[in-house]
Design a protein around this ligand. Structure first.
Ligand code: SME
Length: 158
């Protein structure tokens, strides 16, 4: 396992291409889910400096807060609620350029301005989501979607 991350500046694509092999290294040989989720969000936070990045996991038909980096956040989200609950319900990645325009957006922090939520789907079921928030509008696009989906696919969720 890598002990230190190497962080690069550059465009989004270059940043993802730098961090993905390091995330693979962090996950290698570790089977504990909390340990793996914790290192994935820490690596993403260090590389991108996003306002908030974290997981919610489905437990008893609710999303429950899991490893994250950033300010304290809402602990439980129901299906269909907010961006996270909508991504769960629709089983797809949601990109929100301006959270103020998303009906039902859950504002854990008033500083969050744009957001991307990627569902974790295993055997056709959503078992959690990765939520990333930025403190400026318009921060996320299809490049983020593509790479974040790729990162999620690397994580052993069993
Ligand atoms: N904004 C999210 C809630 C989670 S926090 O941003 C960490 C939502 O609308 O689902």
């Amino acid at each position: 396992m890598a002990e230190d991350l190497s962080i690069v500046s550059g465009n989004k694509e270059e940043q993802y291409q730098n961090i993905i092999p390091q995330i693979k290294g962090l996950l290698e040989g570790e089977t504990d889910l909390v340990a793996n989720l914790a290192n994935v969000v820490a690596a993403l936070k260090e590389q991108f400096g996003w306002f908030w990045v974290g997981f919610y996991l489905v437990k008893n038909n609710e999303l429950v807060l899991a490893p994250f980096q950033g300010p304290v956040a809402c602990t439980r989200i129901r299906k269909g609620r907010g961006v996270c609950g909508s991504s769960w319900e629709q089983q797809k990645t949601l990109i929100v350029p301006d959270v103020e325009t998303f009906p039902g957006h859950i504002a854990c922090s008033s500083l969050s301005k744009s957001e991307i939520v990627v569902p974790v789907i295993r055997n056709g079921e959503v078992i959690g989501v990765l939520d990333v928030d930025a403190d400026t509008t318009d921060q996320f696009d299809e490049t983020d979607q593509q790479y974040l989906e790729q990162i999620i696919a690397l994580i052993p969720f069993n």
